[in-house]
Structure formats: structure tokens, C-alpha cells
Design a protein around this ligand. Structure first.
Ligand code: HEM
Ligand code: HEM
Length: 196
């Protein structure tokens, strides 16, 4: 953990020590430029890879390599980045995630300034599934695995699971935005969220 809790109203009001200046007002700078650039570049590259899977092999592979580079930067940033960007801030116990989802089903989940427990789990799931998709994709370009059925199948299944996670991701963003009357997508653009 990074030594602070991003849960609002449960001791989560404590700003991360390194971010006190940015937290002085009613708003909190949550997503740093690297997280935001990572996110929207990923959206573009993933859309490009998805649309070109069956044809446009050059575009498809370059979109895929772009995703690999983005994942690499994000993983490093998850260890050394700004407080809300760190894995320690958004990886929760499974029991906490389940409790959060049950609360969400009753529309009375707590608000978090950073990723909530389900959002954090989704971020990790997306990163892992994208890693599996790109790894099997790169295997398909190698002499050893080119045209090998199980690798093609694995690539296609991983890509489909990734798109399913994206669907759940968008649903989660929408539900949390409505529940707490805030624009989470907007926050991923500007970096700012209201403190409480
Ligand atoms: C998240 C990134 C990626 C997504 C969403 C994705 C998605 C897809 C999809 C949907 C297909 C079509 C599967 C089919 O209909 O058989 C495909 C095929 C393919 N992809 Fe990817 N892919 C990604 C990354 C990559 C990467 C990084 C590479 C290699 C550098 C790659 C290489 C290939 C190749 C060679 C095929 C053709 C396989 C075949 O002919 O069955 N992909 N990809
Ligand atoms: C237009 C479509 C999308 C919107 C509006 C959107 C919105 C968001 C928002 C609001 C967050 C922050 C969630 C929070 O407050 O806890 C987020 C995080 C994230 N999204 Fe998306 N998203 C979109 C598409 C995608 C796609 C296509 C992918 C991957 C293929 C993706 C991957 C991620 C990841 C990995 C995170 C975690 C960010 C981090 O901690 O670095 N998103 N997204």
C-alpha cells in the first residue's frame, strides 16, 4: 500500500503526502498525465487492433506493438508513479471487491477518489488480458508459431475476452458515474475529481 486510503469518508480524506499542494482545494488531481496518456492511447491502439484483426496485418501488428509499449510503461508506473497510479493503491482483497460489488448492486457503494476495488480489479484484468492477447499475437508472427492452430485460437479467444472486459469496464464506469453523480470519463481526460 502507499500509506493512504482512497476511500472517501473512511479515513480516505488524507491526501497522499507528495500531493498535498494539488489537494488543497475542493478538487483532487487524481490521474497524472502518464495515466491519462496511457489510457487514451490504449483506447486508440486497441480499437485499431480490434478493427484490423482479419486484414490490414501491418496496421494490426503496429497497433499491437503500441499496446505492448503502453503496457510496459504502465506496469513500471504502477510501481514508481504518482500515488493514485500505483498498484498498491488499487489492488484490494477479493473479499473487499466482492463486498464492494454487492454494495454496488444495491447502489450504495462507497465513493473512492482513485480506482474503487472493482475498478482496480478491472484495470489489472485488462492489463493481463491485453498482455495475453499481444503475446499470442506476437507468437503468430514468429517462425515457430506461425499458422499454429492453438496459438491462433488462443489469440482470438484472448482478444474476445479483452473486448468483453472492455464492455464490463464501460458498464462499471457508467454505473459508478451515475451512482456518485460524477463524470469519471471526464476525470480520465482532465485528471481532476471532486474531493468528496
Ligand atoms: C490487444 C491487441 C490485439 C487484438 C485485440 C487482436 C485481435 C485480433 C483478432 C480479433 C484477430 C482475428 C482472429 C481471427 O479471426 O482469426 C487477430 C488476428 C491476428 N493477430 Fe491480433 N490482436 C492484437 C494484437 C496482435 C499483435 C501484437 C500481433 C503481432 C505482432 C497480432 C498478430 C495477429 C495475427 C498474425 C493474426 C492473424 C491470425 C490468423 O490468421 O488467424 N495481433 N488479432
Ligand atoms: C471510450 C471508452 C472508454 C472510457 C470512457 C473509459 C473510461 C475509463 C475511466 C473513467 C477510467 C478510470 C476508472 C476509475 O475512475 O476508477 C478508466 C480506466 C482504465 N481503462 Fe478505460 N475507458 C474506455 C475504454 C477503455 C479501453 C478500450 C481499454 C482497454 C482496452 C481501457 C482500459 C482501461 C484501463 C487499463 C484503466 C486503468 C487505468 C490506469 O489505472 O492506468 N479503457 N477508463
Amino acid at each position: 500500500m502507499t500509506g493512504f486510503d482512497n476511500e472517501v469518508g473512511a479515513g480516505g480524506d488524507q491526501p497522499p503526502a507528495s500531493d498535498v499542494r494539488a489537494e488543497a482545494g475542493a478538487r483532487v488531481k487524481v490521474w497524472d498525465p502518464i495515466v491519462r496518456l496511457f489510457h487514451w492511447s490504449l483506447v486508440i491502439a486497441f480499437t485499431a487492433a480490434w478493427l484490423t484483426g482479419d486484414e490490414l496485418k501491418r496496421v494490426h501488428e503496429w497497433a499491437g506493438y503500441t499496446i505492448v509499449a503502453l503496457l510496459a510503461v504502465r506496469v513500471v508506473w504502477g510501481f514508481i508513479g504518482t500515488p493514485y497510479a500505483r498498484f498498491g493503491n488499487f489492488i484490494y482483497r477479493p473479499s473487499t471487491i466482492v463486498r464492494f460489488l454487492l454494495d454496488t448492486a444495491r447502489f450504495r457503494a462507497r465513493r473512492y477518489v482513485g480506482h474503487n476495488p472493482a475498478g482496480g480489479a478491472m484495470a489489472v484484468a485488462l492489463l493481463l488480458m491485453l498482455a495475453a492477447t499481444t503475446a499470442t499475437g506476437i507468437m503468430l508472427t514468429s517462425d515457430a508459431y506461425w499458422g499454429v492452430d492453438w496459438v491462433e485460437d488462443a489469440h482470438e479467444i484472448a482478444a474476445n475476452l479483452a473486448i468483453m472486459l472492455v464492455g464490463l469496464h464501460l458498464a462499471g464506469v457508467l454505473v459508478a458515474s451515475v451512482e456518485h453523480r460524477e463524470n469519471l470519463a471526464g476525470a480520465m481526460i482532465t485528471g481532476w475529481k471532486r474531493r468528496r
